[in-house]
Ligand binder design. Structure first.
Ligand code: 13P
Ligand code: SF4
Length: 312
């Protein structure tokens, strides 16, 4: 493993490559990444990098977003099969039909979508900026929000909006057990529950803090004296434990199986071996149809501009 890490570092230097990793990646990938972050931070970093090659250790839509922002760069992913059930729950043709059936709406799409869906969108959001971007529109604005029903209904509830929400979901965040979480809370009455807004309403109802992976991490770092039950993909616990070594973090369990924590099978497809091989071969490479990319880049750039203006 040490040799592999050294070999990756060597290749990265030779090829002027930047390794980016999402917080849901395996610990060893997070440790070797030049940059780790949530979906918003990864898009922001991709937009500003001077590297020739971006290796996106995350899932396919993250690689696509980087490619759309940097069409002149080579964007690699360690495993092309690393998809996303939430992005899959919103096919572009069906979403396009939904938009046609509801004329006069502004279309806001979560970043967990294909480039083809982004091409149908007015502004992209991530879980770090969704609430603020929705609130940047007038209260009476008619909005279609896709594809996550949990994030959409959470934003409706905290903003008093009535966005039309696409009926999609992430299979990982839907899996948290309401009953096991309640039981865990009664065993650890001192613990605060940190939850990602992709979780079901009944899980969010038990949460003390709801936010993106970066927001949950930030909260824990600011209050390291507390104990936390964490309801999001368990990869985030690696950075939480690194940044707060004295703090107790307990993963919230899924409803099925005997596992104590909830992992995204897509995120976990990336391994150090595949990372090494993809840097060596410069493959698999993300490609995006230029006509789709030309449309998709606009709502992504709009998100980055609004986020910069709001200091996010
Ligand atoms: P954030 O990175 O915005 O917290 O979203 C998590 C996610 O769904 C990535 O798959
Ligand atoms: Fe997609 Fe859910 Fe996996 Fe994130 S955790 S990549 S939303 S399937």
């Amino acid at each position: 493993m040490e040799n592999l890490v050294e070999a990756i570092k060597q290749l990265k230097k030779e090829k002027n490559a930047l390794i980016m990793g999402h917080y849901y990646q395996r610990s060893e990938i997070q440790d070797i990444a030049d940059y780790i972050g949530d979906s918003l931070a990864l898009a922001q970093q991709a937009a500003r990098t001077e590297a020739d090659i971006i290796v996106m250790c995350g899932v396919h839509f993250m690689g696509e977003t980087a490619k759309v922002l940097c069409p002149e760069k080579k964007v690699l992913v360690p495993d092309m099969q690393a998809g996303c059930s939430l992005a899959d729950s919103c096919p572009a043709d069906a979403f396009g039909q939904f938009i046609k059936e509801h004329p006069g709406h502004t279309v806001i799409s979560y970043v967990n979508t294909t480039a083809a869906v982004k091409a149908l969108t007015d502004v992209v959001v991530t879980s770090s900026n969704a609430r603020q971007i929705v609130e940047s529109f007038p209260q009476e604005e008619k909005i279609i929000f896709g594809p996550d029903r949990n994030l959409g209904s959470y934003i409706n509830s905290v903003t008093g909006r009535h966005m039309l929400v696409w009926d999609g979901a992430c299979h990982v965040h839907e899996q948290f057990s309401v009953e096991k979480l309640a039981e865990l809370k009664s065993r650890h009455p001192e613990a605060l529950v940190l939850a990602h807004p992709e979780c079901k309403k009944a899980v969010l109802a038990q949460a003390d803090v709801v936010g993106s992976t970066a927001a949950l991490l930030k909260y824990a770092v600011a209050h390291p004296e507390k104990t936390y039950i964490v309801a999001t993909e368990s990869g985030i616990l690696h950075e939480m434990r690194k940044r707060c070594p004295q703090t107790t973090f307990i993963p919230a369990p899924p409803s099925t199986g005997t596992c104590a924590c909830n992992e995204c099978n897509y995120m976990r497809l990336n391994t150090l071996e595949k990372l090494y091989q993809c840097l060596k071969d410069e493959s698999p490479e993300i490609t995006v149809d230029p006509a789709i990319a030309a449309k998709a880049v606009k709502p992504i750039r709009r998100m980055l501009e609004i986020s910069a203006r709001l200091g996010l």
